[in-house]
Design a protein around this ligand. Structure first.
Ligand code: ADP
Ligand code: MG
Length: 237
């Protein structure tokens, strides 16, 4: 089997002094498993969107990323597909129970959308996905998390509640996505985000998506991402 990260690095181009993987043109270029290619075809995704062309090889190579692109550009698959590859790459997947992939989103509607998109692709992999947001019974969520999962899609407030209840531990988490970071800040979730990030090991891969990059988000990005590659597609704030 092909090592996707090594393959992407072999295609690297140099941009402003550091290596950035070349954009891909087709999903075939990503080195995805036949299983994942089938799931993508089943969704009717014929080719990657522009943000996916740029972001997929960067994320698959293991880099941190700051992604800016307008709504509807396909950012979800840009972090979900590499998240599944990342999880399938883990040795001894069975040993522990906490999530490997953690996705934070500003609202329950968004978290639910990401959950549905993730489920479409994860089904064929036997990867367990839990959604954690307000409006659902805390006890049910607690039980579900206790049973174990590989991916958590959460709003920051409810994830903090679950962490306080020790419904899950983050010792296995190595892939963190902050989606719509600017909206999470607008909703006052900065302390919760910082607390969540603080509970995830520093050698994680971190992905931050935001429609705008106000100074507060820049500051957070500098603090929590490691040598991130910036990708901007189209005209965004
Ligand atoms: P964003 O997060 O950038 O606002 P989404 O990830 O929600 O965008 O994607 C918007 C829509 O485009 C969704 O319905 C999604 O299923 C669809 N989509 C994503 N990637 C592709 C693709 N490569 N081909 C066709 N449709 C896609
Ligand atoms: Mg989105």
């Amino acid at each position: 089997e092909q090592d996707v990260a090594e393959y992407m690095k072999s295609l690297a181009i140099r941009v402003s002094g550091f290596e950035v993987p070349r954009p891909i043109k087709t999903f075939e270029d990503c080195g995805f498993s036949p299983q994942l290619m089938n799931a993508i075809a089943k969704q009717g995704y014929e080719k990657p969107t522009p943000i996916q062309c740029q972001a997929l090889p960067i994320v698959l190579s293991g880099s941190d990323i700051i992604g800016m692109a307008k709504t509807g550009s396909g950012k979800t698959a840009a972090f979900v597909l590499p998240m599944l590859v990342h999880i399938m790459d883990q040795p001894e997947l069975e040993k522990e129970e906490g999530p490997i992939g953690v996705v934070c989103a500003p609202t329950r509607e968004l978290a639910h959308q990401i959950y549905l998109e993730t489920k479409k692709f994860s089904k064929s992999h036997g990867i367990r996905v839990s959604a954690v947001y307000g409006g659902m019974s805390k006890l049910d969520q607690f039980k579900e998390l206790k049973a174990g999962c590989e991916i958590v899609i959460a709003t920051p407030g409810r994830l903090i509640d679950m962490l306080k209840m020790k419904a899950l531990n983050m010792s296995r988490a190595t892939y963190l996505v902050l989606d719509e970071a600017d909206r999470m800040f607008d909703l006052g979730f900065e302390p919760q985000i910082r607390s969540i990030v603080g509970q995830i090991r520093p050698d994680r891969q971190t992905l931050l998506f935001s429609a705008t990059m106000p100074r507060k988000i820049e500051k957070l990005a500098r603090e929590i991402l490691t040598d991130p590659v910036r990708v901007t597609v189209g005209e965004v704030g």
